[in-house]
Design a protein around this ligand. Structure first.
Ligand code: AMP
Ligand code: GLY
Length: 447
């Protein structure tokens, strides 16, 4: 088609309405990116937050009430729904939408098991040749203890110090035990005391591997994957990766620990095997597959976990680098046409620094007034993604542990770091905490 006709045709195409499900920084980044598409007329979000409400129409519908969500979609003439968090996926929202003839971005319930059952994921990896740490599965406490007593003595603690509950445990289901006492104590708590309920009745005992962690997300239409800019999360609350785990205190992309060589190996060993596995097991997977990997000292690579959705905070620093219209990517994924689309990524670096409430990841107070949002909004190449925020009498206040993701991009990582840390000086709320070393690992690699 001649260019002029093509432009006319796309201009005359009806612009669409899109719904995003979720309420975190990840969803704000998705809504922000989707609303930039010339193909989009309006964005909706369920339930959203104070920041999302500035660019999308938010609605309070429970995420587990699929019938109500579908009614909302029909009432508002929504063409496309993008699912943020894992729980509606694991409850089968994609299957539900498809059965009603609605377009949805996110894997089937069977596909979501790759995140929601760690045992399913480990067995899938083993079966399809995806590199991962050695492991054993137990559904009886006595057998787990008998195994530990057997291996203790002829193996070092490294071989069995990772204990993982099978099901979703709000990010608390993995214990890296320091000694034999902690191994046994964890097994007791998960399998006998049932601190995670049913999610902990089956466990994995896994070999400990050391190295540097990275996140590789990829779009997947079930047949092809298209890998996004690799990134690195900062899971601990304090600088230099000290203190307890959080939902993520910041991220940056691209992460140089994922060298060209590691990326090529990941494509072959992780993602090609992954789609082969999907095909063999007849899993409908149209969404994002996220591999949390460990790059080991000998430049090997192993998968620690799969997630079946966009990562958070990774998405906040990856989507600003996406140059292809995200609606074209989402449509290609849903229609199984990803192999026909060249997804383009910018050459810049991007970092996201999370600002959290005092006390997080433990107990924290909400309702603190957030200052400086207007000032920071005026800055170029900076985006402020809201996570735990709410409106109180027209003012934006804190409403969660992780509150804001201050995201900045520039020509290289050092410039992106400088720009973002200068920008976030505009923001103030009582008790706010943040890490001052987001992205520093990447700088060490560049040296
Ligand atoms: P997961 O939810 O499986 O990614 O585990 C959470 C965290 O536990 C990871 O981000 C790692 O820091 C750590 N972890 C998980 N598996 C291993 C392993 N086999 N060896 C060392 N650390 C691990
Ligand atoms: N950043 C880790 C996750 O999204 O699960």
């Amino acid at each position: 088609m001649p260019e002029s006709k093509k432009t006319k045709a796309s201009k005359s195409k009806k612009r669409i309405r899109v719904l995003v499900l979720g309420s975190g920084g990840r969803e704000h980044a998705l809504v922000w990116k989707i609303s930039q598409s010339p193909q989009v007329e309006k964005v909706f979000c369920i339930p959203g937050n104070a920041g999302i409400a500035e660019i999308a129409q938010c609605a309070d519908v429970p995420l587990d009430d699929f019938e109500k969500i579908v009614s909302f979609v029909k009432e508002n003439d929504i063409t496309l729904t993008v699912v943020g968090p894992e729980s509606p996926l694991s409850a089968g929202i994609a299957d539900y939408f498809q059965a009603k003839g609605l377009r949805v971005f996110g894997p089937s319930k069977k596909g979501a098991r790759l995140e929601c059952s760690k045992i399913f994921a480990k067995k899938f990896m083993k079966k399809h040749g995806i590199p991962t740490a050695d492991f054993e599965v137990f559904d009886k406490h006595e057998s787990a203890i008998a195994y530990i007593d057997k291996v203790n003595g002829d193996l070092s603690l490294e071989k069995y110090s990772i204990i993982k509950a099978d099901g979703l445990c709000a990010g608390k289901g993995v214990v890296v035990a320091q000694d034999l006492f902690e191994v046994k104590d964890t097994l007791q708590k998960m399998m006998v005391d049932k601190i995670f309920g049913d999610a902990g009745s089956r466990v994995i005992i896994e070999e400990k591997i050391t190295g540097e962690e990275a996140s590789i997300m990829a779009f997947c239409d079930g047949k092809t994957v298209s890998i996004m800019a690799p990134s690195q999360d900062h899971k601990r609350i304090f600088e230099n990766d000290k203190g307890p785990n959080t939902g993520g205190m910041g991220a940056y992309a691209p992460a140089p620990v994922v060298s060209k060589d590691i990326l090529a190996r990941a494509k072959k060993e992780i993602f090609d095997n992954f789609v082969r596995g999907l095909k063999k097991e007849k899993i409908d997977f149209r969404g994002v597959i996220y591999a949390g990997i460990m790059v080991t000292k000998d430049c090997g690579m192993k998968v620690l976990e799969f997630n079946v959705r966009f990562g958070d905070p990774e998405t906040q620093c990856v989507l600003p680098l996406l140059e292809t219209d995200i609606i074209d990517v989402i449509n290609a994924v849903i229609d199984g046409k990803l192999s026909k689309l060249k997804v383009k990524w910018g050459k810049k670096s991007c970092i996201c620094v999370v600002i959290a409430s005092q006390g997080y990841p433990g107990k924290y107070e909400a309702g603190k007034r957030i200052n400086g949002l207007e000032e920071i909004a005026a800055l170029k190449n900076i985006a402020v993604f809201h996570a735990g925020t709410a409106l109180n009498n027209g003012l934006v206040v804190t409403a969660g542990g992780r509150v804001l993701g201050i995201t900045g991009w520039d020509a290289d990582l050092q410039s992106a770091i400088n720009k973002t840390y200068i920008a976030l000086k505009e923001i103030y709320f009582d008790g706010m905490q943040l890490r001052k070393d987001i992205g520093m690992k990447g700088l060490r690699h560049a040296k």
